[in-house]
Design a protein around this ligand. Sequence first.
Ligand code: 5AD
Length: 344
Amino acid sequence: MDIKSIIDKIYETSEATIDEITAILASKETDYLFSVADHTRKEYCKDKIHLRGIIEFSNYCRCECLYCGIRCHNRSLQRYRMELDEIVETAKAAYEIGYKTIILQSGEDLWYTREKISSLIRRIKALGDVAITLSLGERDYEDYKQWKQDGADRYLLKHETADEDLYNRLHPHSSFKKRLQCLRWLKKLGYQPGSGFMIGLPGQNLTTIAKDILLLKELDVDMAGIGPFLPHPATPLGENHAGSGLLTLKALAVARILLKRTHLPATTALEVQNRNNRENAFHAGANVIMRKVQASKYRQLYDIYPKKSIVEKDLKQEKAEIESYIQKIGRQIADDRGDAIPLI
Ligand code: 5AD
């Protein structure tokens, strides 16, 4: 079968094999792929882009992920923790200027006990009709259960790579099995679950990426972040090459055509790597964008991968900028919370 027929088949059946996806990823022909992905996005998500406000409230992390700049062994990084009051104030300011989803993200930092996170969720939910996405890594089943009862709506936990051996090498403190178990718990507990993976990890190949996309389907996630690996100098993978932006866009497009209704962000890593790729992502299936909303003194310290210095802007100015950008590319900011999209 030629590439166009494979793409049509995946679009029509919402099924794909590893070989079919690998063939698409290997092909140099991208116009048709991106146009079918864009068409699918329009069918399921219309022209609406969901804006999510992310609060990266602590860069303490107990993990040793070989690619990540906030890994516990990076002693050169200044660490910070935001107080609960400060986190709620930040969420309030973001909510008041129109963010309808607040993502609470941190390193795996057990200083924030089950009770502290519960209190955060309750206080933020009391602000009004706002969705909360948690992104706190691997925790106990009982933690996840309590936080769902407190009102958390969604949970982001990327599977990072679907190659079990590679996963285990990159994450010496945990295991692929544990990761999948957490994702299955989250689904069972009624969260809108989110996953995702990186493109260009050393040891990964196109077959791995095909498995990554199929794992998103198997897990039946409501959102998925796909971004390039960016080498961080203070990590064991600091000398490796960055993942390809084009390959990331192709994986995003295949994910849209296969999964149809899943929220797919133009990831920050893609944007940091190459500004133009943000726009390309919005024409290759993406329908979500996230903005950091914590005080700028913390932003540079949330140093998972290298990024250029941040120009200080206030929250309002930043939101106005993203709104005008979205209009410029012919899309609109959604005025709803952007919960899971049902299959048509
Ligand atoms: N390059 C790209 N993405 C990274 N992440 C962590 N480190 C890197 C890196 N060096 C991503 C992972 C993680 C999320 C918080 O950031 O996918 O889940």
